[in-house]
Design a protein around this ligand. Structure first.
Ligand SMILES: Cc1cc2nc3c(=O)[nH]c(=O)nc-3n(C[C@H](O)[C@H](O)[C@H](O)COP(=O)(O)OP(=O)(O)OC[C@H]3O[C@@H](n4cnc5c(N)ncnc54)[C@H](O)[C@@H]3O)c2cc1C
Length: 373
């Protein structure tokens, strides 16, 4: 039962956003930056954002050489470059909005390990550098096997090393806390533990009910930013969940590797967090099992991560222990581009971030506001 006061003050908004991950929060910030007087409410089903945005690896990356080459083969040069550019713009917007200190941004660069069994054609590097030069204004990739020893990798498993001069890393927790703080400072209201049902268009307004509750919100516009969790609201879209497994070690004194690294076309990714190693991936070992919304560990993949750490990433005989393990849920589809769509009457979807939402999330929020405007 609601009071008169609650009905007067808590139920009507100009913009209602479903999903409080990086895309939902960025959409809210972009909208309030443009329309400071408007009222914006985010409904988030978790106690805090509970999909991918607080669970990722924090790579501020644009795509490894093998990944970009793969994308060019799949979707053509201009679409693949569009995605790189979207990542670059998104990261710049995130850095400008919150500040490098507030997201823990560090630009150590990184690189890609091409393993012995891979058939990546190293002569493609100048071609890729030529394509990316207009975006970054410098050579992005450098083929440099001499760098391997400096990072302490066990190089007998690695055929080539492609260094990357433009990538950085963030502290995911810090970034999300400050993005929430930024949204709140702009006047955005956020309700957590608030799982929304599909909005309905009734008498010229969107009405959105909450699961397990009688409360219904009215709004002029709705932005749906539920990424992998969109199927229950809007069934039939080309969105498949993809669970990502991650582990982090206890500090390893004298750790040599610094920066962000990928191998196996980006299916594996690791980085330093101070003197720790954060390592994730291996979804390609069990695509079927990992196509799930269940937030759980997969022991086989976690073991594979540990074996790669021991046998390739850390120098031989390095003593390490795993301090923590977790999983997060990404969203993929046949096409490696996000779904940015208006469904009419001011309802928009910004979903399917394809595992690169840290990079593109801010730009997607901006684009959703363009569509709603
Ligand atoms: C392990 C892992 C590593 C990753 N590493 C990187 C990386 O290094 N770099 C990079 O760029 N990207 C990375 N990503 C991808 C990136 O984290 C995601 O693309 C991004 O966070 C997606 O943001 P989002 O806001 O679209 O979705 P989410 O963060 O999933 O947010 C959607 C939110 O909607 C909420 N929700 C769902 N249904 C409802 C409902 N009915 N009502 C209310 N709320 C609802 C969920 O609780 C969730 O908080 C990684 C992802 C994972 C899982």
């Amino acid at each position: 039962m609601l009071s008169f006061w609650e009905k007067e003050s808590f139920l009507d908004y100009d913009l209602l956003i479903i999903g409080g991950g990086i895309v939902g929060l960025s959409t809210a910030c972009s909208w309030k930056e443009r329309h400071p007087q408007s009222s914006v409410l985010i409904l988030e089903s978790g106690v805090f954002p509970s999909g991918a945005s607080t669970r990722n690896a924090g790579f501020a990356c644009y795509g490894s050489a093998a990944e970009i080459l793969h994308d060019i083969n799949q979707m053509g040069e201009s679409r693949a470059l569009e995605m790189v550019e979207m990542r670059a713009k998104g990261l710049q917007l995130l850095r400008n909005r919150l500040g490098d200190n507030e997201i823990g941004y560090e630009e150590f660069g990184g690189g890609e390990l091409i393993l012995q069994a891979e058939d990546f054609d190293i002569t493609a590097i100048p071609y890729l550098n030529g394509l990316l030069h207009p975006i970054f204004g410098k050579e992005v990739f450098v083929h440099d096997n001499s760098a391997l020893a400096g990072f302490g990798f066990q190089s007998e498993h690695i055929r080539d090393f492609i260094g990357n001069r433009v990538e950085g890393q963030i502290h995911t927790g810090l970034m999300m806390k400050n993005l929430i703080a930024c949204a709140r400072s702009l006047g955005v209201e956020i309700l957590t533990g608030a799982k929304a049902f599909k909005p309905e268009w009734i008498n010229g307004k969107w009405r959105t009910a909450l699961e397990g509750n009688t409360i219904e919100f009215n709004s002029e516009r709705v932005a749906v930013c539920t990424n992998a969790f969109t199927e229950s609201l809007f069934p039939g879209l080309d969105i498949k969940p993809g669970r990502g497994q991650v582990l982090i070690t206890a500090p390893i004194p004298g750790l040599k590797l610094m920066g962000i690294f990928h191998f196996d076309e980006g299916y594996y990714y690791f980085r330093n967090v101070g003197e720790r190693v954060l390592f994730g991936g291996g979804r390609n070992l069990a695509f079927g099992e990992e196509t799930t919304l269940e937030m759980a560990l997969n022991p086989a993949i976690q073991n594979a991560l540990e074996m790669h750490l021991k046998n390739m990433i850390l120098p031989p005989e390095t003593h390490f222990s795993i301090e923590h393990r977790w999983a997060g849920i990404m969203a993929f589809g046949e096409e490696k581009v996000p779904i940015l769509q208006s469904l009419g009457n001011g309802l928009v979807l910004g979903v399917r971030m394809n595992g690169m939402g840290v990079a593109i999330g801010s730009e997607i929020g901006k684009k959703l506001c363009d569509i709603m405007s």
